[in-house]
Design a protein around this ligand. Structure first.
Ligand code: GAR
Length: 193
């Protein structure tokens, strides 16, 4: 079996990244992580990636004159690694259509809501403000529209009395760490199109 070459893009702590790295350590998992990139040099997840022996890079928007130039440099970095699949894991940046179309079908994201509900930011606070009884997370293909691409997997959790955005986020994060590796397995094994 030839494993798919996967890069992960992060902006922060990288707990979903860690879940993907751990999954890829299984001999029968159909993907390997070849490196991790970030738009924030200080992202704590970059140090974790390095501690696993992975290559890393960071690019700052301030180095580029436009979003298009940034995204082109990002694609060039990923192409240098001969990447088959790109996983966004808390990569908090709007991507240009050029980038998403270049990687169409090979670019996936995890989002902390049951899409199409609660696209964008502050999903847990918005679900609580609405009095939602369930909430969750979604792994989806990335397309030019924000959080709009086809769903691969979702997981649902109950909203409990007394929940805060933090307690709800923690309950959902457990599910994120379960479904993201499973979704990548499906894509890398050719079970999705
Ligand atoms: C995760 O909860 C992920 O779903 C969310 O950011 C967090 C990153 O945590 N992503 C988004 O909100 C994307 N719109 P992590 O760095 O520990 O994986």
């Amino acid at each position: 079996m030839s494993k798919k070459r996967v890069a992960i893009l992060i902006s922060g702590r990288g707990s979903n990244m860690s879940a993907l790295i751990d999954a890829c350590k299984s001999a029968d998992y159909p993907a390997e992580i070849v490196g991790v990139g970030s738009n924030r040099a200080a992202a704590p997840g970059l140090k974790i990636a390095s501690s696993h022996g992975l290559k890393t890079f960071s690019l700052a928007q301030s180095q580029f004159e436009s979003r298009e130039a940034f995204d082109l440099a990002l694609t060039q970095k990923l192409e240098e690694w001969h990447v088959d699949i790109v996983c966004l894991a808390g990569f908090m940046r709007m991507l240009t259509p050029e980038f998403t179309l270049h990687w169409a079908g090979r670019l996936i994201n995890i989002h902390p809501s049951l899409l199409p509900l609660y696209r964008g930011l502050d999903t847990h606070a918005r679900a609580l403000a609405d009095g939602a009884s369930v909430h969750g997370c979604t792994v989806h293909f990335v397309t030019p529209g924000l959080d709009e691409g086809p769903t691969i997997l979702q997981a649902q959790v109950p909203v409990l009395p007394g929940d805060t955005p933090e307690t709800l986020a923690a309950r959902i994060l457990v599910e994120e760490h379960r479904i993201y590796p499973e979704a990548l397995r499906l894509l890398a094994s050719g079970a999705l199109s």
